[in-house]
Design a protein around this ligand. Structure first.
Ligand code: TYM
Length: 336
């Protein structure tokens, strides 16, 4: 007999912390891929507001930034009718699974996470258990949806590997339970560097305002920041080792225009860095213009945002109950 069961589309999941307006790093490393993948896959995207608590944000600011992040996610083109778009804290099942997964995570492997090591060094006065447990909650975010692909920047690769290890350990002990997620890391844009120190990752929390460009920066600010980007003294637009500043600008330009590095080198052959920086800035301005326009409309429509968030949370809860109850049963929790 012919098998008429509907084939499940591959599932994509990713979250972003609402700690400030996303940078072009977040955008090209993750958000743009979120949007592109939402055409082909079943997608689930969230505001990681629980993860943000690890840095003790001011409560009113966290609430505001979470709403802004949600509006931005819709503004980049995520369609709440097609994808599940939600706040992590509205879906309590993530935290419940995280507790169980804690018991399947070794202290040693969590201690090896480079982000934990970096952050504990930078903020030695606040090395809380949440910071340590951060990757386990992230594993729960992913595994509870049985996600196939997780679009992230290169900095999240190690966390993804940990999520796979936890899933594999659980599956080995209790039989097939979790899908092993694959990271989806774009070829270009997975690690956008700081404009002021191109050997470092561009980060939302950089204290130098010229180091990062945010998705909501006005065009003149974007141009100014690119004009002051650190490059080198060769004055030749080519992608090569040791030219971190130019390599970074070429990656950003490539993400905006879809052009390859060879094509970009030809386009700017004989031209100086001044022209190139302006072209990159203009490409970014053009890329962000429709997002900024849409955001301006959405951010004042709180009723609509709340309606979308409620719908997202309901759909997410429904999906996650399936995995959570399976896991609770497998580990031996008493069922009613
Ligand atoms: P977060 O909020 O730090 O960053 C969101 C996304 O942006 C990517 N990213 C970058 N990509 C390229 N260049 C950069 N300079 C750059 N900076 C950041 C990040 O890799 C990420 O994809 N732990 C996550 C949030 C999270 C999550 C999850 C992600 C929570 N649960 C489940 C995936 C699946 C984080 O802090 O991302």
């Amino acid at each position: 007999m012919e098998n008429t069961a509907p084939v499940r589309k591959k599932r994509v999941l990713s979250l972003i912390q609402p700690t400030s307006v996303p940078t072009i790093g977040n955008y090209f490393g993750a958000l743009k891929n979120w949007k592109n993948m939402s055409e082909e896959y079943d997608c689930i995207y969230g505001v990681a507001d629980l993860h943000a608590l690890t840095v003790h944000p001011e409560p009113a600011l966290l609430r505001k930034q979470s709403q802004e992040m949600f509006a931005l996610m819709l503004a980049i083109g995520l369609d709440p009718e097609k994808s599940i778009v939600f706040f992590q804290s509205h879906v309590h099942t993530h935290s419940e699974l995280a507790w169980i997964l804690n018991c399947y995570t070794q202290y040693g492997e969590a201690s090896r996470m480079t982000q934990f090591k970096d952050k504990s060094q930078k903020h030695a006065d606040n090395v809380n258990v949440g910071l340590f447990d951060y990757p386990v909650l992230m594993a729960a975010d992913i595994l509870i949806y049985q996600a196939d692909f997780v679009p992230v920047g290169a900095d999240q690769k190690q966390h993804l590997e940990l999520a796979r290890d936890i899933a594999d350990r659980f599956n080995t002990r209790h039989g097939s339970t979790f899908t092993l997620p694959e990271p989806f890391i774009g070829k270009v844009g997975a690690k956008i560097a700081s404009l002021q120190d191109p050997t470092q990752k561009m980060s939302k929390s950089d204290t130098n305002p010229r180091a990062s460009v945010s998705l909501l920066d006005p065009p003149d600010a974007i141009v100014k920041k690119f004009k002051s980007a650190v490059t080198d003294s060769e004055a030749c637009v080519r992608y090569a080792e040791g030219k971190d500043g130019i390599n970074n600008l070429m990656s950003i330009y490539s993400c905006c225009t879809g052009k390859g590095f060879d094509e970009i080198e030809k386009e700017f052959d004989g031209k100086g860095y001044g022209d190139f920086k302006l072209a990159v800035a203009q490409a970014v301005v053009d890329e962000f213009k429709p997002v900024q326009e849409e955001y301006a409309k959405l951010i004042n429509d709180k009723a609509y945002l709340n309606e979308c968030a409620k719908k997202g949370a309901e759909a997410a809860l429904k999906l996650t109950y399936r995995t959570l109850s399976k896991v609770q049963k497998k580990v031996g929790l008493y069922q009613l």
